[in-house]
Design a binder for this molecule. Sequence first.
Ligand SMILES: C[S@@+](CC[C@H](N)C(=O)[O-])C[C@H]1O[C@@H](n2cnc3c(N)ncnc32)[C@H](O)[C@@H]1O
Length: 277
Amino acid sequence: MSGFSSDWLRLREAADHRSRNTELAETLSARFALRDEIAVTDIGCGTGSNLRGTYSLLPIKQTWTLVDYDADLLQAARSELSNWADQAQSDGITLHLKKDRFEIDVQFRQADLAADLDAALGSKADLITAAAFFDLASEDFIRKFAKAVAQRKAVFYTVLTYNGISRWQPHHPTDNQIASAFHRHQRSDKGFGPSAGPTAPLHLSDQFKLAEYCVQEGDSPWHLESRDSALIDELQSGHARAVAETGVLDPKTIESWASLKRTGMTVGHTDTLAFPT
Ligand SMILES: C[S@@+](CC[C@H](N)C(=O)[O-])C[C@H]1O[C@@H](n2cnc3c(N)ncnc32)[C@H](O)[C@@H]1O
């Protein structure tokens, strides 16, 4: 168990997909436009949301390797992708999907990225991708990861890395205190050493430039409103839990903050695209 439930990942998927940076998505699509097929590795895949959000940008024949260390999430990915596709067939190892005009073969790899990155990435990928993942990783992991991607001469594309912006509507007088305690929690160890948290986009950009990649970035904020009320409520209680764990604010302050009903929220994210020069 990773601590990320499939219910939470399902709840955020629509907002994730509509928030992706369009310009970067178009550049990715143009990069592979002349090809008929592509091999993709998606790290920290959860239930497969990144595949569902990215496939339409890529060549018609796709082979995906979905990597996660959580066996339950990989199982959920298998079943959610089968339900999402127009046709799905499994030979026991590979899940063969047809969606619109696309043919997508999917394999699942249970691996801990922090323990053995090379084994987790495997040897062959034209594109290595991730969604909502890198703020969990440490600066050190990002350095090793950029080198590993460059060794494979793969294109890198990640979406929805938290960049530190959070604004609640309506405003509560302790929003700023809560935000700084939340960022402290964000920097705690999530299995990779101290997490990069909101500085992850910066480290990704620096490390891929050092690897002589051309790097493009774009904003992909969540603009949440009344239609997203379930997601806003879950974010608010998740923030309150995380802040309580830090012990830096007294429980009454957290309780008062959590009791104000919010009707909107902006969460800043950055998408990053990097390709070998
Ligand atoms: C925030 S979730 C994002 C899931 C998915 N990419 C999405 O957009 O819905 C982070 C994912 O990273 C996975 N993860 C975290 N640490 C990991 C590690 N050390 N090795 C492999 N997967 C990991 C979790 O299990 C989880 O599925």
